[in-house]
Ligand binder design. Structure first.
Ligand SMILES: Cc1cc2nc3c(=O)[nH]c(=O)nc-3n(C[C@H](O)[C@H](O)[C@H](O)COP(=O)(O)OP(=O)(O)OC[C@H]3O[C@@H](n4cnc5c(N)ncnc54)[C@H](O)[C@@H]3O)c2cc1C
Length: 448
């Protein structure tokens, strides 16, 4: 949204394609509906209205419910809306596909009632639905945020089960001085933790060995180890979270080079400070170019749009540089906290390479045991695991299993995760019907 506003303001015709029903992205999802229930979600959420209003006045053509399923350098984009696909060519395309939660696989994670904290937050944002009698488990700032939002909504979590260990905090500690540049964000985090404490939510630290079962009544029995003891909690809903990872299907399918980000345990598209990639006409910005949070995403979007304005001759390089100063400073400040957060809330080894009985590919029911068996028979990379076991071939196209398959391959081969090439993302990156492909209409637009 930030990029589209800047580009339109600079004189470009802009088409914004978003598969959501309303503009807002992940953080400001459905903010435009101004539901009374949204008061639980806090001031940061409400601040999205400013961006939404600016977008509405910007002259940008917004197509909601528009799913991009192919991007080519050239550049052109193929997208689907209401069952009809069309091709749009443009002089520049900015990919800002955002992030998804890291899958949190453990025995029982596929049971009804077990979902991610972000998924529960989506229900809160879009339908005012509250997760009642819920336990929150995992780690990361979003876990605290959702806990605080639940408290404000009058349904505090029964317990907070955290996988964070003192060793992770020790590893994070050297990054603290730099993180102080983002003191506001640190304070926000401390306030969330203060709210959770004040609400008397029971907290378990250093938790491991997650397992869930359900009984005839549909209640979930959640077991884990904490401080050497086996603990058991019964709840109606179990919400898990282990941070977010980039959504890279679009950038990988477009052929952009990706590099391993060891701190974030994920691949990210390679780009310069303006978000320009090695594919002509394709820029990237926001969490889909590297996890940095909403403020960083806005700043990166502005920088990409300024560079596109320069590349299309609307402004000079000097003007671009001058107008980029504030956004660059914001990016520097907001990114300063990342090394601290990445080290403090690193995903535990057992989530990256879970026990044998865990289902890894939910679409095709492939277990960790099957993947390890495949490795013992010679499978050494994503491609062999995919073609022999179908892991990653279901409708989610690997979004729920790729990162875990990589963890299991790495643990089994004792190779570094970054040395295992990312799986090829293929068009269509979102499922569409053959009928829709066959009926594809082509038209060109001179947009940015
Ligand atoms: C589940 C979840 C909940 C979060 N909640 C919060 C929160 O409450 N507070 C907070 O500070 N941060 C939150 N974050 C982090 C925050 O969302 C991001 O930092 C921020 O939204 C990044 O902005 P972005 O524009 O890069 O991506 P996003 O806001 O994620 O926007 C990406 C957009 O791309 C669209 N898109 C993706 N693929 C396609 C496609 N193929 N075709 C068409 N459109 C597509 C999506 O629909 C989305 O609207 C959350 C992240 C996740 C994953």
């Amino acid at each position: 949204m930030s990029a589209a506003i800047t580009a339109a303001d600079g004189g470009l015709r802009v088409l914004l394609l978003d598969e959501q029903a309303q503009p807002g992205g992940q953080i400001y999802r459905n903010v435009g509906a101004r539901l009374a229930t949204h008061s639980w979600l806090g001031k940061d959420y409400a601040s999205g209205l400013r961006l939404l209003d600016a977008l509405a006045q910007s002259g940008v053509t917004v197509q909601s419910g528009a799913t991009v399923w192919r991007v080519d350098s050239g550049p052109r984009v193929v997208w689907s809306q209401n069952g009809i696909s069309q091709v749009t060519t443009a002089s520049h395309i900015l990919l800002a596909s955002g992030a998804q939660e890291r899958p949190v696989p453990f025995p029982g994670w596929t049971l009804p009632g077990v979902m991610t904290a972000g998924a529960a937050q989506i229900l809160m944002k879009t339908a005012g639905m509250l997760p009642k009698d819920a336990v929150l488990a995992g780690s990361g700032p979003l876990l605290y945020l959702v806990a605080a939002q639940m408290i404000d909504a009058g349904c505090p979590p029964k317990a907070l089960v955290e996988t964070q260990t003192p060793r992770m905090m020790l590893r994070a500690f050297p990054h603290l001085p730099k993180a102080l540049l983002s003191a506001g964000t640190l304070l926000k985090g401390l306030r969330l933790i203060g709210k959770i404490r004040a609400a008397g939510v029971r907290r378990y630290k250093g938790a491991s060995s997650f397992a869930a079962t359900s009984d005839d009544s549909g209640m979930i029995n959640f077991s884990f180890r904490s401080k050497g003891r086996l603990e058991n909690l019964t709840c109606a809903v179990l919400l898990t979270h282990q941070g977010v990872i980039l959504s890279t299907h679009m950038s990988r399918a477009a052929g952009i080079t990706h590099e391993w980000n060891a701190a974030q345990v994920a691949f990210q598209p390679s780009c310069d400070i303006w978000g320009a990639t090695d594919r002509p006409g394709l820029h990237v910005a926001g969490d889909g170019a590297g996890i940095g949070g909403a403020e960083a995403a806005c700043a990166a979007g502005t920088l990409a749009a300024l560079d596109i304005l320069r590349a299309s001759g609307h402004i000079s390089a000097n003007t671009r540089n001058q107008r980029a100063a504030t956004a660059r400073a914001t990016l520097f400040r907001t990114r300063a906290i990342r090394p601290f957060l990445d080290a403090a809330y690193a995903p535990p080894a057992e989530i990256l390479s879970p026990p044998d009985q865990t289902i890894i590919c939910r679409c095709e029911d492939v277990t960790a045991r099957a993947i390890r068996q495949g490795m013992s028979e010679g499978a050494a990379g994503h491609r062999q695991i995919k073609s022999s076991l179908r892991a990653g071939m279901g409708p989610c196209q690997g979004r729920m299993c790729d990162s875990t398959v990589r963890g299991i391959l790495s643990a089994g081969n004792t190779s570094r995760m970054g040395d295992i090439a990312p799986p090829r993302a293929r068009t269509p990156i979102k499922p569409i019907t053959f009928g829709e492909m066959a009926a594809l209409t082509t038209h060109s637009e001179d947009t940015a």
